[in-house]
Write a protein that binds this ligand. Structure first.
Ligand code: NAD
Length: 259
């Protein structure tokens, strides 16, 4: 962290969904280090980083989300920053995932973000007058939104919806002083990816192969995604809204020759 970022979120309040693991936990910790007061909303909040407040809710449960957002805002004394990060994976083609699985994943990955935003927006609007440029929603999307990945029809469709939702919400709320952006991580080294690798016959060999498939030769670190989210939430990004920021080690943009 350089000195211009040091405590640049002082006086701001933030809610991070899915903040008890992986990208969300790294984000909650970084926002805290940069001076924000941070609450984590998670269905299993045991891993919420030190110094954060934890509220429990499943983002698929509308009344629970409303209650948890109200609780978090009460504890924090307001809300300037919402990080909509909770999400789950899904593997398979359209023939392999049935309607129930589609509805379950879309309910968490898309409607989950709609529910938290709906509950948070009155508080964000109220904060915008107080701290112009410092009020924002950042959604954790994915390169799956635009990349055409095999075996990820449902997951990709859910993240495509998050990308479109981000752009539409940015338009709806720009004049209210609420900026809306998303980050598009590539394959990020989180417990989620650890769980996937653990299913392989040889997890270490699978990890080495996964690293080798990345343009950088390694996975994206959760801290690197958190840094992008913190930037989008910071005063330095006061003119940034309706943007998808890729943090993917070049996965999407580079066209490397096969070696
Ligand atoms: P993770 O599994 O390590 O952490 C996810 C967190 O979200 C956990 O704390 C979990 O308890 C919580 N959560 C999950 N479902 C929830 C629900 N219904 N209600 C409340 N909390 C819930 O995962 P991660 O890798 O850190 O992923 C976080 C986000 O990043 C997700 O939206 C994911 O789609 C996105 N993403 C991850 C990667 C990657 O490679 N890891 C890549 C692109 C995008």
């Amino acid at each position: 962290m350089n000195s211009s970022q040091d405590r640049d979120l002082q006086g701001l309040t933030a809610l991070v969904t899915g903040g008890a693991s992986g990208i969300g936990a790294a984000t909650a910790a970084l926002l805290t280090a940069r001076g924000a007061r941070v609450a984590v909303l998670d269905r299993d909040p045991a891993g919420a980083p030190p110094g954060t407040l934890a509220v429990t809710a499943d983002v698929a449960d509308g009344p629970a989300v409303r209650a948890a957002v109200a609780e978090a805002v009460g504890l924090l004394g307001g809300l300037h920053i919402l990080v909509n990060n909770a999400g789950i994976g899904a593997i398979g083609t359209v023939e392999e995932n049935d309607d129930d699985e589609w509805l379950r994943v879309l309910d968490i990955n898309v409607l989950g973000m709609v529910r938290t935003a709906r509950a948070a927006l009155p508080h964000l609007r109220a904060a915008a007058a107080d701290r112009p440029g410092c009020v924002s929603i950042t959604n954790t999307c994915s390169i799956a939104a635009t990349a055409g990945l095999p075996q990820r029809a449902l997951y990709s469709a859910s993240k495509g919806a998050v990308l479109s939702l981000t752009l539409a919400m940015a338009a709806d709320h720009v004049r209210e002083g609420v900026r809306v952006n998303c980050v598009n991580p590539g394959t990020a080294d989180t417990p989620w990816i650890g769980r996937l690798l653990d299913r392989a016959d040889d997890p270490a060999a699978e990890r080495a192969a996964l690293n080798a498939r990345q343009p950088l030769g390694r996975l994206v670190a959760a801290d690197e995604v958190a840094a992008a989210i913190a930037y989008l939430a910071s005063p330095a990004a006061a003119s940034v809204t309706g943007t998808a920021l890729a943090v993917d080690g070049g996965m999407q943009g580079l066209r490397l020759r096969p070696t």
